[in-house]
Ligand binder design. Structure first.
Ligand code: FES
Length: 244
């Protein structure tokens, strides 16, 4: 038998209302790369909007209350005594249609190691230089951004997280590589953004994951500051976006 004890974590409140609260009980590092365990409380009438967990499988174990899981046109209700297994990449929505909060423990397997591919995709992007096939798109004045903050922008069809940290401005695809939620709704500090849903951290300069459970990088875009304000170099073809 192997017993893993996590240090726990601070509950994170989803930005939407009434949104779930997510607390990491055991992170992937603490479990020796075996799994990630979170506890999610979905308030009465609350909703965890449609998302998936990329290359992770997820086991959902309700501790209290009742939750409707919607996957495509399929609906299932889970409560104490039921477990649900979500497949890799399966898109689901979790809804609490009762008048009581629902508490669910979620166990995620590690994602497949596809980081190498993504690293190649991100290499060669130097801040301030646009590669062939990219164009500079205006993104508004610099002073619209507080330091250590991020905003979502739709720029020429691209969902972009534009962030400022330590006075530097960064741009990346506004989609966490772990679960397809918007990174612009996460916390920004020390040149990193932390996803609000499961706490993955990404370096704003490179898009590389620096904290689990994400294992894949997020595409980043060159930024330059002109007299007119921020400009972001974007590919001619949008990368897709959150909840696509
Ligand atoms: S969705 Fe899981 S860390 Fe972002």
């Amino acid at each position: 038998m192997r017993v893993v004890r996590g240090d726990g974590g601070s509950p994170r409140q989803a930005p939407q209302s009434p949104g779930p609260t997510v607390e990491t009980l055991i992170d992937e590092a603490a479990s020796g790369g075996q799994l990630t365990v979170t506890q999610v409380v979905v308030p009465a009438g609350g909703d965890m909007r449609e998302h998936d967990h990329g290359e992770s499988q997820a086991l959902l174990v309700p501790l209290a209350g009742e939750l409707v899981i919607t996957s495509g046109s399929h609906h299932e209700i889970i409560s104490l005594g039921t477990v649900a297994l979500l497949e890799r990449g399966e898109r689901v929505r979790l809804t609490n249609q009762t008048s009581e909060p629902c508490t669910v423990v979620m166990v995620f397997t590690p994602g497949d190691a596809r980081t190498g591919t993504i690293l190649e995709r991100n290499s060669g992007q130097t801040a301030g230089k646009a590669s062939a096939g990219m164009r500079w798109v205006p993104a508004g004045p610099v002073d619209q951004l507080d330091d250590d903050a991020a905003v979502h922008m739709d720029l020429a069809g691209h969902p972009v997280c534009v962030a400022r940290s330590d006075g530097m401005v960064y741009a990346m695809l506004d989609e966490c590589s772990h679960g397809q939620v918007e990174l612009s709704e996460g916390d920004v500090a020390d040149g990193h953004v932390e996803c609000w849903l499961h706490g993955s951290r990404f370096a704003l300069a490179t898009g590389l994951p620096t904290g689990p459970p994400a294992t894949q990088a997020v595409p980043v875009y060159p930024v330059r500051i002109t007299a007119a304000g921020i400009e972001v170099a974007l590919p001619a073809t949008p990368e897709g976006g959150p909840y696509a």
